[in-house]
Ligand binder design. Sequence first.
Ligand code: COA
Length: 268
Amino acid sequence: METTSDQGDPRIRLEFDAPVAVLTVSRADKLNALDAAMVEALADACRRIERRDDIRAVILTGAEGKAFSAGGDIEAWSGEPPEDFGRFWVREGHEAFDRLARLRQPVIAVLNGHALGGGLELAACADLRIAEVHVKIGQPETGLGIIPGWSGTQRAVRRFGSQLVRRMALFGEVFAAEEALRLGLVDQVAKKGEGLSMARAIASTVAKRGPLATETTKMLVNMAEGEEVGRVGEALAGMLAANSAELREGISAFREKRPADFGKKSKD
Ligand code: COA
């Protein structure tokens, strides 16, 4: 197992155990609540994962304790000047969470403790969610007088449906694991302490599937969900163009300081 400790914030732990990467929110004393530095470290960790061809699936979990994540760090965001809350806190959270949701590898979230507010928004970025039987899931933000600002009214609606989000975000309903399974908030329920091994078993089957087919299929599903319409179109077109004789001719012509001859070369 290769642990990357040079990534800045030890509260976002990234371990490479090819073909699987394990990303752990590691701040158990504060129920794995996320502050701005952790959000930045999460985005960084995603960048590192993206670059690894040997990584075929990602497991996202929380350091052992009561919570997978109790959400955004209340002390951190409540101290921000009001304009900065939108300008930085919400925006940077979106950037990191978008990166996670758009990772080329499938992501399996193991909710080994409660997923509340930003914790659920984080879990919503995954492609599959396993909840251990004791966990609770909800969106308590309006009870604090704040909105679910890391895509809890957007990606969560797309993934879980607006009615469920209404129940959690407007009425404060909190769901236990079995009910969350019935409602489609999670995909599997594991016994306490067994979520990670269940995720590893699933990850090893993912790792046997065609990597490019899996990556592009994930892009397309994301696109159908409205996750990243413009970027997916450009990424797929970019993959096609990057493989074309046309591009090879264009680059050669540039380097040889001559006009490109697409008529001839594009038939190669
Ligand atoms: N932000 C910052 N700190 C948090 C936190 C959060 N979202 N959630 C928990 N913590 C901290 C607590 O302040 C406490 O710190 P302390 O020991 O220094 O006092 C520690 O984590 C343990 O939490 P505590 O509230 O004592 O545990 P509990 O078992 O009594 O309650 C919860 C558990 C999850 C019900 C409760 O922590 C809670 O409601 N958290 C906030 C959830 C939320 O509203 N999330 C959305 C935020 S936008």
